[in-house]
Design a protein around this ligand. Structure first.
Ligand code: PLP
Length: 403
């Protein structure tokens, strides 16, 4: 086996340059702490990017994975398997859904959702009903269809021609949707809380208005809960917090706690439009992924875990607001539960990356969401003393940036 040492510099020699990773290479994690090659320790407020919902090396997830690893890794979708069936049943019991399609990522769950919306409209109303309304600043993944539906043109640049029939309205502006919607609309696609776009929560009235417009025009309301789902808001899914039920929902990230898995949830009537042979995935519904996701969902859906998210969120939000005030760096801390965005003041506009880099130097991992927002998406069970330690370290990072 090739055991030569590997360092960050090797990245530039052997990897496609589409990422620009930092200098440290983490090698081990436990709970909300991570250690790098040199043994330096970090508190993790990033959680991947809202992925490691139960922290690193959670004993329940390790045993779910290793137990399944000793039994059965993979079957094609020519046969079904027990972990996939169990997980689908659980997701149906806990949500509006009656049917589940499994994928391996958020983009793939969305790809399935968008294809389903087109196919359902085609089948029930004819080929003219194919338009999708999505939102500026939204993010739905990196496949060609999902970057086209996403509302950040920079991600599409150079990859055109894009699929047609996609229109973008302004988030939280119902009038801008009313100006675009018609009986040709097959779906309105929205993140109830825009994640990559800067942790921007949807207004309840806006999301209710989208529901009404979809019902009026026989269009499907698609909620992309890839980032907001699986307990992150203190509710299993954000739609349950808002009291607005979509027709289709995509979920991934936290669902696998770090193991790649995604799912699209919908009703039986809508699901019927993806009949045998219309769509598929080699790995979707993989027994390993589903066994891990089952453990994640069983754990996260416990009322005490969801309640704990709210308590931790308060602690973290208050701590960040206090730092923001002391140094004049944040104008607000927005978001729900453990999906928080610390918005930089005018004076620090565009400098979010500097705070991320200084955080690494001080032993705390945070994220950015665009150039003006420091984003936090830690484990849903991060110990309170880790939050306190992370705040101390982050304050030192802020002090450095401000000095
Ligand atoms: N949708 C949302 C709301 C996301 O935040 C992301 C990832 O950041 C995606 C979709 C894409 O998920 P993935 O990277 O797993 O394909």
């Amino acid at each position: 086996m090739n055991r030569q040492p590997v360092e960050r510099a090797l990245f530039d020699d052997v990897m496609v340059p589409n990422y620009a990773p930092g200098a440290v290479i983490p090698v081990r994690g436990e709970g909300s702490r991570v250690w790098d090659q040199q043994g330096r320790e970090f508190v993790d407020l990033a959680g991947g990017i809202a992925v490691t919902s139960l922290g690193h090396a959670h004993p329940g997830l390790v045993s779910a994975l290793t137990e399944q690893a000793g039994k059965l890794w993979h079957l094609s979708n020519v046969l079904t398997n027990e972990p996939a069936l169990r997980l689908a049943r659980t997701l149906c019991e806990l949500t509006f859904a009656e049917r589940v399609f499994f994928a391996n990522s958020g983009a793939e769950a969305n790809e399935a959702a968008f294809k389903l919306a087109r196919r359902y409209a085609w089948e029930h109303y004819g080929p003219e009903k194919n338009e999708i309304i999505a939102f500026r600043n939204s993010f739905h993944g990196r496949t060609l269809f999902t970057v086209s539906v996403g509302g950040q043109p920079k991600y599409l640049e150079g990859f055109e021609p894009a699929p047609g029939g996609i229109h973008h309205a302004d988030f939280n502006d119902l009038a801008s949707v009313e100006a675009l919607v018609s009986d040709k609309t097959c779906a309105i696609v929205v993140e109830p809380i825009q994640g990559e776009g800067g942790i921007m929560p949807g207004d309840p009235e806006f999301l209710k208005g989208l529901r009404a417009l979809c019902s009026k025009h026989n269009a499907l309301l698609v909620f992309d809960e890839v980032q907001s789902g699986v307990g992150r808001t203190g509710h299993l899914y954000a739609y349950q917090m808002y009291g607005v039920t979509p027709d289709v929902l995509s979920t991934a990230k936290s669902l696998g706690g770090g193991f790649p898995v995604g799912a699209m949830l919908t009703t039986a009537k809508i699901a019927a439009s993806l009949g045998v042979g219309t769509h598929g995935s080699t790995y979707g519904g993989n027994p390993l992924a589903c066994a891990v996701a089952q453990k994640v969902i069983d754990t996260v859906s416990q009322p005490d875990i969801l309640k704990g998210v709210k308590a931790r969120a308060e602690r973290l939000r208050e701590g960040m607001m206090a730092i923001g005030k002391r140094y004049g760096v944040f104008s607000e801390v927005r978001g729900h539960g453990l999906l928080l965005g610390c918005v930089l003041t005018e004076a620090w506009a565009g400098r979010a990356k500097d705070f991320l880099a200084a955080g690494i130097d001080e032993g705390v991992m945070v994220l950015v969401a665009g150039a003006n927002v420091v984003r936090l998406a830690p484990s849903l069970i991060i110990p309170e003393h880790d939050i306190d330690e992370a705040l101390l370290r982050f304050e030192r990072a802020v002090a450095k940036v401000c000095s």
